[in-house]
Design a binder for this molecule. Structure first.
Ligand code: GH3
Ligand code: MG
Ligand code: MG
Ligand code: MG
Ligand code: MG
Length: 312
């Protein structure tokens, strides 16, 4: 990529290079039967470092999307032999959500209703041919930016940033779904509350960032011990889970996690091993909150009995 004018600031050039580096990771499929239009789009986008794949009709587009499942954006012509562009949008949107595949419809058709049809059926944007190079790149950039932003917002809304586990809101939503199934089947589920013991002491002894590291490492072990359950960081050094398994199975896995915790080297040198107390309640109730509260009462007893074990 040649920068022709020397008056650009370093800052501008660095940002440009960074963006081109980012573009290298983005795969765009051009589905277009006109070879001149296809070549034009290809030339413009490859000069911006995007990865390009081409298809010449609807059938090929479907086949190519299977081969290139990591395609980020599909530029889709409407008038093609076989399946028409917006028919393809309908088919694709049955299986792939917006965040998995962006679709930019294109057509030379002068009817305004066509762009509406595209968008109504799930395309993210539409361009009328002929369009200039800059319009194409601006649209593509804006679409990818919007997708990334949506993804970042989703991540921030559902997950705890330190541990990557669900936050409370997502936990109640996911746990609620598990509970609803349990209610329908009249089959009990288990809910656990886990609290790390004397965690304040770890912060006081080694500092807050070591404490953070301990929480991260604990979460990793926690996730490894409960691969098929809904896990949450309830807050601070408190964690929870909803599981289809019985309280005995959950308690057993907690015992294994307790042993794994002995091996967690959250700071250098001779350290106090991580220990936790837990309460596990099995049953059916009207809400996850009620089950959580019952598990929490068991946890409270463990804390009073001296910590470091599980009550069911
Ligand atoms: P107990 O065995 O009774 O649970 O003792 P504890 O010290 O773990 O409990 P307490 O509730 O008194 O203190 C919890 C501590 O956890 C206090 C707080 O500094 C620490 N903590 C909470 N959230 C975080 C965090 O995100 N990072 C770090 N490093 N520490 C945290
Ligand atoms: Mg065409
Ligand atoms: Mg406490
Ligand atoms: Mg604690
Ligand atoms: Mg606590």
């Amino acid at each position: 990529y040649v920068i022709k004018e020397s008056q650009y600031s370093y800052d501008y050039v660095f940002r440009l290079i960074h963006r081109l580096e980012q573009n290298r990771k983005i795969k765009i499929m051009i589905a277009e039967d006109s070879s001149s239009a296809r070549h034009f789009i290809h030339r413009v986008l490859s000069s911006h470092q995007y990865q390009i794949v081409e298809a010449q009709d609807g059938e090929e587009t479907l086949k190519m999307l299977e081969q290139h499942a990591d395609t980020d954006l599909l530029i889709l012509d409407h008038g093609m032999p076989g399946i028409q562009g917006f028919e393809l949008v309908k088919i694709l949107r049955q299986k792939q959500k917006r965040q998995d595949l962006l679709i930019l419809g294109v057509s030379a058709d002068p009817k305004g209703s066509l762009s509406a049809m595209f968008i109504k059926h799930g395309a993210d944007d539409f361009l009328r041919k002929p369009f200039c190079a800059e319009e194409l790149t601006c649209r593509v950039m804006a679409m990818v930016e919007r997708r990334d932003l949506t993804q970042a917002l989703r991540q921030a809304a559902l997950f705890d940033s330190l541990t990557g586990l669900y936050n409370r809101r997502a936990f109640y939503a996911e746990g609620g779904r598990v509970l609803k199934q349990a209610q329908e089947l009249q089959y009990p589920i288990s809910v656990a509350v886990i609290d790390l013991d004397y965690f304040k002491k770890i912060n006081d002894t080694y500092g807050h960032s070591v404490g953070d590291n301990a929480l991260k490492l604990f979460s990793r072990a926690f996730r490894k011990a409960f691969t098929d359950d809904v896990l949450v960081r309830l807050g601070g050094e408190e964690f929870g889970l909803v599981s289809y398994h019985s309280s005995e199975v959950v308690a057993e896995r907690l015992d294994r996690l307790r042993r794994d915790c002995q091996q967690i080297a959250y700071a250098e040198g001779d350290i106090t091993p991580l220990s936790f107390s837990a309460g596990v309640y099995s049953g059916i109730a009207d809400s996850v909150d009620i089950l959580l509260h019952l598990a929490d009462q068991l946890l409270y007893q463990v804390k009073h009995q001296g910590r470091g074990h599980t009550l069911t």
